[in-house]
Design a protein around this ligand. Structure first.
Ligand SMILES: [Zn+2]
Length: 318
């Protein structure tokens, strides 16, 4: 069993770590009013002097991929932030930080290279032991590309936290679910299937390393790791069933019991994030953003109608 290795314990701690951060968010978001002058910028800083030698390789992979800069650019173009947001790739982190975290005010995100090295380590095991899903391009089924793509998804998760906290977005569910949702929303719309698939492979490996479910895991503010894998796949499948049904459901990665719910789940998520961001669109993006939000609204209604048509059949098959 791999579940007792020091490596896996650290990873588990890493992915559960945001629990602490989330708890403080309530206290510190009182200054994120929607009417303040809004021209905050996201900047990515690689603190080269504060990256430990053993983590330089993983940090270089992420730097070369530009996945952090891509999302920073997207937010800068799309959203009028009330405050600047600094994304620091550094091993010089606040006490107790071992994974990617967002500070309670949503103004700083830490991406510790030590964490990237851990992600890379888990993905080395994936490449060695897990058969490549046919949907995932063979040219990218290597440690570097998987590390970059899964970090793109994980950074999407942290950006979800940062946006929720800076913009004081109203949550109707757990913040961690919304953060995962933003990662799916952003990467599926703007990048493609790669980040969702790489994150699913990574989290599936983490779940294997975690082993048996514990009270700590079940009581986390994050969904259970294996559940997150299926959530990532469900949103992807639901975003384009014609394209993804066979390679995800037909090939057995996403169960047939879950799949019928996914188009509507995706449409709700897509409409939800566009609607949450709408009051905060930048001047430059507003026209396009409003149209995109209206389109997402229509897509949600269409998805619901399609689901209603199938519902009797689906229920009677269960
Ligand atoms: Zn989180």
């Amino acid at each position: 069993m791999l579940s007792n290795s020091g490596h896996s314990v650290t990873l588990r701690a890493a992915f559960a770590g945001a629990l602490l951060v989330a708890g403080y968010a309530v206290v510190s978001c009182d200054d994120a009013g929607g009417t303040t002058a809004a021209n905050g910028q996201v900047t990515i800083v690689y603190e080269d002097d504060a990256i430990k030698p053993e983590n330089r390789q993983a940090a270089a992979v992420i730097r070369k991929s530009r996945v952090l800069e891509q999302l920073a650019d997207w937010v800068n173009e799309t959203v009028a932030l009330p405050h600047d947001m600094g994304v620091k790739v550094t091993d010089k982190v606040p006490p107790g930080v071992t994974d990617a975290v967002t500070q309670p005010d949503g103004r700083t995100i830490y991406v510790p290279p030590a964490f990237l090295t851990q992600v890379e380590g888990a993905l080395k095991d994936v490449v060695k032991a897990v058969k490549r899903p046919a949907l995932f391009p063979s040219a990218q089924y290597n440690v570097d590309d998987l590390t970059a793509l899964s970090t793109q998804f994980i950074f999407g998760h942290e950006m979800g936290h940062a946006l929720q906290r800076q913009l004081l977005l109203a949550n109707l569910g757990l913040e961690e679910d919304a953060a995962d949702g933003f990662a799916s929303f952003y990467t599926i719309n703007e990048v493609g299937p790669g980040p969702s698939l790489a994150a699913a492979l990574l989290f599936d490996e983490i779940a294997r390393k975690e082993g048996k479910l514990t009270l700590e895991g079940l009581s986390s503010d994050h969904p259970v790791t294996q559940q997150r894998v299926f959530n990532f796949l469900c949103y992807l499948e639901g975003s384009d069933q014609k394209k993804y049904y066979e390679p995800l459901v037909g090939a057995g990665y996403l169960p047939k019991t879950r799949a019928p719910l996914c188009p509507q789940a995706w449409a709700m998520l897509d409409y939800g994030w566009w609607t949450q961001l709408k009051p905060h669109f930048s001047e430059a993006f507003r026209n396009q953003g409003d149209k995109t939000q209206e389109n997402a609204h229509d897509q949600l209604i269409a998805a619901r109608k399609a689901f209603e048509k199938e519902l009797d059949k689906l229920r009677s098959e269960q």
